[in-house]
Ligand binder design. Sequence first.
Ligand code: HXC
Length: 513
Amino acid sequence: MKDKLKVLDKKIQEAHLGGGADRLEKQHAKGKLSARERVQLLMDQNSFEEIGMMVTHRTKDFGMGKQIFYGDGVITGYGTVHGRLVYVFAQDFTVFGGSLSETHAEKICKIMDLALQNGAPLIGLNDSGGARIQEGVRSLGGYADIFYRNVKASGVIPQISAIMGPCAGGAVYSPAMTDFTIMVENTSYMFVTGPNVVKTVTNEVVSAEELGGASTHSTKSGVTHISSMNDVDCINNIKQLLSYMPQNFKEKTAKLAYDLGDETRNALKDIIPENANQPYDMRDVVDGIVDEGSFFEIHENYAENIIVGFARIAGRSVGIVGNQPMALAGCLDVDSSKKGARFVRTCDCFNIPLMVLVDVPGFLPGTNQEWNGIITNGAKLLFAFSEATVPRVTLITRKAYGGAYDVMNSKHIGADMNFAWPSAEIAVMGAKGASEIIFRKEIKAAKDPAKKLLEKEKEYASKFAHPYRAAERGFVDEVILPENTRVKMIKAFAMLENKVAHLPDKKHGNIPL
Ligand code: HXC
């Protein structure tokens, strides 16, 4: 027995060495942690259980038979994060550049199956040179096996992808199909074709960082939801994200203990500027409503005219969608519609109630928007809200104009509670634009058209630039004082906690993708 224990011990030591000390040193020199260090950092202390530590590849071609590393470039297993079960795979760049072989894929698929069957989140820590070149189609097939499982698991368990090194070629499609992608600045990149191919095909010269680094994907493409400063920050972001999510679609989100106190928030009183065209930061409204310090923004630097993120209200997880007057005056456009729609659907599939903050002058006009499909893209947001069955509460802080009023979680598309501040203006359009159209002849005929326009604007505003017509019809349930908003939200979400709503029986809806 003693000899057998020695053999086991030796094998475990070998597995822990990965691709060897020199390769690990290189990994550290780049500012990256090793796969094992990442897993340890993610999991609660001593909770990680590894599966398949001694798996090896089966390739004999290209002298591969002599290069065997236990684990075959990926660490897989399960453990807990904040006491809750999660499954994880972490690619080990020190073994063949973390490249994906048939057996490497089998290991990932095994824990994906376990995660799905046991209803717990799946975390992928990606750091890989892509398909194991020596294996050809077996490796490509391995990727497809993973993609297929990503799709099956979508909407059942939360799937989070961290990109902590290279992720190129078709490999990018697994993270793209998970719920969240988090990238590490300066050490990770994602692209379908790298800079060399780009140069050959299009003659463009671009660096890997510029083409597909964290900054590019968190600002320009929106491929990544969160950009992290380094590996430690990335792991912390994963943990924080998990804290707002349920284990699977059948569970309600975690609720932290919260003792109610004086929930009046006077800071909300002075946020709306006197001048209706002056911007303010919708994040200040969020901060005034949610539990202190609980707002965790997603897609922070992408499509900044809408803000989305998670927070807690009296301990309950909520998803927040809000127009941002600081960017494009809060207009909806192609990117913000896509960003909002995706977030609404993520919250809806994981039972996370939605709080929607509205200050929207309408959809952004222009050829750029029309030619890029603002019609189908705006429809995504409308569709996403309309089919969401989670508790949905809206607050109109200022403008709710035109189609955008309907889209932004209006009563008409199924919102449960709709509040408005006295500063709300609910109308087909702003007073100036409306007056120019409906009083055109009268203004033209006036001695002083500019004066007449102002007069008409005032008349129009007195009729529509307030929330009371909507309140009279019940489209707004209550006009509330800003300082009471947190109290109202706490009560509304508590009241809606056991909401049950079903869509008509169907295979699935056909969102305009
Ligand atoms: C086998 C690989 C590998 C791969 C890297 N290695 N990528 N082995 N298959 N795909 C090995 C290298 O040979 C090297 O081994 C070690 O990993 C580290 O690689 P380096 O090149 O030394 O590291 P670095 O300089 O950091 O460069 C990293 C890299 C580069 C940019 C990722 O390795 C690279 O370009 N690799 C190939 C990327 C690629 O074209 N992959 C296929 C993409 S297409 P030694 O023994 O020397 O240390 C694809 C299709 C997926 O993935 C389709 C899904 C549908």
